[in-house]
Ligand binder design. Sequence first.
Ligand SMILES: [Fe+2]
Length: 318
Amino acid sequence: MAYNYPVIDLAPFITGGDAKKKEEVIEKLREACSDYGFFVAVNHGIPDQIMDNTMDATIGFFNLDLEEKLKITTPPGAPLAAGYTKEPAKSEHWQMFTPAPINVFPANPPHFKETMEEMWWKLDEAAVLVQSLLNDCLRLPKGTLAKYNDSRGTDILLGFHYLPATETEKTAVNAHRDNGLFTLVFENQVEGLEFLKDGDWIPIDPIPHSLVINVGDALQALSNDKMKSPTHRILAQPGKSRYAFVYGYMVAEEKWVEPMPELIGQTNESPKFKKFNIKEHMALKQVFKNPPPHWNDVVGVHYHAIAPSVGATAVTTN
Ligand SMILES: [Fe+2]
């Protein structure tokens, strides 16, 4: 079965394009984020060679002996969990935060640190562009989202190795929604990432050097439900390892998240969510057991929905 989902060429914003072409891209993005909550971006500005270098270095690292990899586990007492983690039977990953001494890198493969830091800044550049495009999709005054989302302290890059499927383990990552503003993903040419739309799982066909970009819970609330944070999962593949990078463009954990006044002010719409912060949102996901027994119950921003007031409900008259 062929699945339809948005693949969007960002070239007009990278190599230059006239105003009409740019507006067409904005329109496609607006629809994608509202109908699907995700899109595949091509010509996003990150050079192919940098993506290839990052992938090669990460596969090289995962091919090392476990003893070597364990040398970069998170040091005890570290404020952020940078480094290597293994989840038996499912996956292994390493993660880093904004380049700073808190990150830990392996000595091998050579130049691992430089390769990842170069990629970090390219992803950051792409994220700044995507944020400004989404700002335009929401018809916010220029720079509104960027001004709001001004802390880069919890952005995160994870390099994953998802193990091949086994008889008993067929899911690499359970159904969930992301917390931040949005997430950028790129992978080796192995399928497995799926998004839930209208009750169906849509599998993503990997396009070389593309980025899969999905809306996060924070953006769904900030946009007053105009953009949707989609439920997604990763299926393990029979006989194949999947390697992927996940870059979370976050909102600071303590910052209030609520429908943006600049947005609801201009249309006089009612806010659909109470204000919350990402820290309590993540705690909520723990309390309500993420993943839940069924993916329809995945915790999302709807847990902060404002119940319709009495005045807003239908009134029956006799
Ligand atoms: Fe995710």
